[in-house]
Design a protein around this ligand. Structure first.
Ligand code: ADP
Length: 355
């Protein structure tokens, strides 16, 4: 296993259109890093530059300390798993998994050991004589992962590997991949547009937007201290409540309601008045645990079984709160809600960055 370092990595097409803007990032030995962001933000391009499938227009990629900009993909010691599996339809699973090793003239006894080990790990060892057409989507994706494992690469690169699977299978395969990472202790870079996949799988998440790295941190930090409005709106389900506000005399004024802000946030907000106020649904409470009281009215309740999401009107704006499943109040009822000071966020309106 190995580290991966990106130094000021840039990608331009035709020398004009730049789609990746000078990204710096390091992935530690054995770490699982997820590149996440909306479609078109450059995550696949970045992954393909690490793999060597795309040229690097500027900067440097290092794998295990070695500059690989000019190294051919097959000599980078990486293995890639794609969304569309890319299996050979006429070969058996065994032959699909063995193919890359045979090309490299690995002895057949060694190939057999590695294929059987990987197949057992992925629980496909009872179907090695089948062809891909006789498998479900999830089984095919296991074969594609097995083919990567037998290579014993320094780094695994996964490009949206679960996007073709239905929701239930995606959840199952997600935990399989997590277990696999724990067992193999492998260095993995994983690309997805799905924030839940990013949060659940990653040791660290690189959030990308328009070819820039917006934040690179643990899932907990990305969730609790989003570096920008974009990150705040992208993580969490339901996402953070985000409301335009003015900051005046230590308060965030949301329409006609003033919410007392913690002093450190007021200080960081500085002289600029126009901000977006943010608070996550679980940081709004119906009980007074020392939060900031705000008068509100129930707008709608959405029971989810284990909990109920309640939308409250606060002046002219709305805030969603995560409440207990026993919440029973009718729409229109007046209610004081309490906002946890330590969980309040402000984002600068001009830059979108957290203050
Ligand atoms: P993501 O994986 O985040 O969806 P991509 O890395 O595929 O995004 O693409 C990043 C950007 O690069 C997109 O705006 C895309 O249109 C652009 N792009 C990709 N390939 C080419 C190309 N061959 N020529 C010009 N632009 C491209």
């Amino acid at each position: 296993m190995a580290s991966v370092e990106l130094h000021q990595v840039t990608k331009s097409y035709d020398g004009k259109t730049t789609v990746v803007h000078g990204i710096d990032l390091e992935v530690a030995h054995g770490e699982m890093v997820v590149f996440v962001g909306p479609s078109g933000c450059g995550k696949s391009t970045l992954l393909r530059m690490i793999a060597g499938l795309e040229g690097i227009s500027g900067g440097e990629v290092r794998i295990d300390g070695r500059r690989v900009n000019e190294v051919a993909p097959r000599d980078r010691d990486i293995a890639m798993v794609f969304q569309d599996y890319a299996l050979y339809p006429h070969k058996t699973l065994y032959d699909n998994m063995a193919f890359g090793l045979r090309l490299r003239k690995t002895p057949e006894t060694e190939i057999r050991t590695r294929v059987l080990d990987a197949a057992r790990l992925l629980r496909i060892d009872h179907m090695l004589e089948r062809k891909p057409s006789a498998l479900s989507g999830g089984q095919r994706q296991r074969v594609a992962i097995g083919r990567a494992i037998v290579r014993q690469p320094k780094v695994f690169l996964f490009d949206e590997p679960l996007s073709n699977l239905d929701a239930q299978l995606r959840t199952e395969m997600r935990s399989e991949i997590k277990k696999l990472h724990q067992r193999l202790g492998a260095t993995i870079i994983y690309v997805t547009h799905d924030q839940v996949e990013a949060m659940t799988l990653a040791d660290r998440i690189a959030v990308l937007s328009a070819g820039n790295k917006v934040q690179y941190a643990t899932p907990q930090d990305v969730y609790n201290t989003p570096a920008a409005l974009f990150v705040a709106s992208f993580t969490g389900s339901p996402p953070m409540n985000l409301v335009p506000c003015r900051v005046e005399a230590g308060h965030a004024v949301l329409g006609d309601v003033a919410v007392t802000l913690p002093p450190d946030l007021v200080q960081r907000a500085g002289a600029a008045q126009s901000h977006t106020f943010g608070i996550r649904p679980e940081n709004i409470s119906l009980a007074d645990h020392g939060g900031v009281p705000v008068p509100a009215h129930v707008v709608i309740t959405e029971p989810l079984g284990a909990e109920t999401l309640v939308t409250f009107a606060v002046g002219a704006c709305e805030l969603v709160a995560r409440c207990s499943a026993s919440f029973r109040e009718a729409p229109g009822s007046a209610r004081t809600i309490y906002l946890a000071s330590a969980a309040m966020h402000l984002f600068d309106s001009a830059s979108g960055l957290a203050v």
